[in-house]
Ligand binder design. Structure first.
Ligand code: GLN
Length: 244
């Protein structure tokens, strides 16, 4: 009897505390699998979604994920349309002038994908020097594409980039490597291949408004906690099948 009463009280408290938890809005661009994409029921899922939800859980807040174009994420944080952004976003000096980044949470790099028929034509990135390239608007991939050839078609979503590559509207897609690899793995026919040359050394960070140092602290503290309690590793293994 006592036990039941205790359980009921505990449940009531848990209900009150979750009802009172602050709900924060985090923006993302949900065509960037495996970091953020939609399932068959249009739920936004992925590595980043799991990371921010795990941080929220240990820090006692709730998260609403908002799907926005990638190049509108930083402006939306600046104008407080959203509280933060988690979008496989590389920590760059230019962005860090505008917004605050959390501690790095994922090491990435950039690669190029071409049509399989072109493997002999484009062996290295230099071979793409005069070609039209496809990238995501506002991304570091787009900056790399500009360095390689200067002729860049910018698209809002990853599927649009690959449709354009398939239609021969561009000769290569320049994206973050994990996204390119995930896309290639999901494809039934291997119509595309990756060039084995990379731009390495990008770190992803979670973005918040510089004025919101309190949230930045919570995010960094949450990241440290989920690294310490094994959740971070678990999420990595779930999406990348390897521990690291
Ligand atoms: N990591 C890249 C960047 O920060 C690409 C991110 C993205 O397109 N979602 O620009």
């Amino acid at each position: 009897m006592k036990k039941t009463l205790f359980a009921a009280l505990f449940a009531a408290c848990a209900f009150v505390s979750s009802a009172n938890a602050e709900k924060l809005r985090f923006g993302t661009e949900a065509t960037f699998a495996p970091f953020e994409f939609t399932d068959k029921e249009s739920n936004i899922i992925g590595y980043d979604v799991d990371i921010i939800k795990a941080i929220a859980e240990v820090e006692g807040f709730e998260v609403e994920i908002v799907n926005l174009p990638f190049d509108s994420l930083v402006p939306s944080v600046l104008t407080s349309q959203i509280d933060g952004a988690i979008a496989a976003m590389t920590i760059t000096p230019e962005r860090a002038k505008q917004v605050a980044f959390s501690d790095p949470y994922y090491k990435s790099g950039i690669s190029a994908v071409i049509r399989k028929d072109d493997v002999e034509k484009y062996v290295s990135l230099d071979d793409l020097a005069t070609q039209r390239l496809c990238a995501q608007i506002g991304s570091t991939g787009s900056n790399v594409a500009t360095k390689i050839s200067g002729k860049v078609g910018n698209y809002n979503t990853v599927p649009e980039e690959f449709m354009e590559l398939n239609a021969k509207g561009c000769e290569a897609v320049i994206n973050d490597r994990p996204v390119n690899l995930y896309f290639l793995k999901q494809m039934k026919e291997d119509a595309f291949v990756e060039i084995k040359e990379l731009y390495n050394g990008e770190d992803y960070g979670i973005v918040v408004n510089k004025k919101n140092q309190e949230l930045l602290k919570k995010i960094n503290s949450g990241l440290a906690k989920i690294k310490a309690n094994g959740k971070f590793k678990e999420i990595h293994v779930k999406w990348f099948k390897v521990e690291e």
